[in-house]
Design a protein around this ligand. Sequence first.
Ligand SMILES: O=C1O[C@H](COP(=O)(O)O)[C@@H](O)[C@H](O)[C@H]1O
Length: 223
Amino acid sequence: MNLQTYPDREMMMLSLADKIAGQLGEFLRRDGKATLSVPGGTTPGPVFDTLSGVDLDWANVAVVLNDERWVPESSDRSNTRLVRERLIRGRAAQARLIPLYAPADAPEEMLEALSDGVRPHLPISVLLLGMGTDMHTASLFPGADKLDEALSPQAPILMALRAEAAGEPRITLTAPVLQAAYNIHILITGAEKRAAVERAASLPPKDAPVRAVLDNATVHWAE
Ligand SMILES: O=C1O[C@H](COP(=O)(O)O)[C@@H](O)[C@H](O)[C@H]1O
């Protein structure tokens, strides 16, 4: 694990947004397109705020969430809502948001259609992940019903998972999709998450799912 620490959160968010923009720019110059995968939750908003103001060829950037809670966009638990409100606006308004949610009672009903939408945008150029204090990343939760399958090299692009700690049913990119990303960043704040990520480094992915990507990731941390 490559751990990068910052004097404060503001500096970390600005610096990480700058790094991500630079990496997206390299893909855009070389391939004419790029895929950015981002987390939801409470941490990444300030990175999105800065990124949305960066001058990039956003029309050729596909944005894919790492995971989604199975709730409509009207819910304040919706990761899609966060991304629309904080990232896909300003200069980034032209970016293409690839859906991880569609109205249906259960994620299983939409897995195939949503996977078909994601497939053309793989592999991910720049992957930004969050992490919970329980060492889950994306919606790969310890103890989730289908965690073993989602961690397997044969896992499909997307899976539906359920876990007690997750609240709603989840839909998530699986481990092989995350591992195939060209650039991997994990964004965490606070002492509890720092201790958790250090603990994860010596645990197997079934106990600490973030471990599935840790060896090739840069972990960005500020108090
Ligand atoms: O439920 C989720 O949690 C993680 C971590 O969220 P945070 O609020 O602790 O930053 C997030 O990365 C993931 O995308 C989200 O669905």
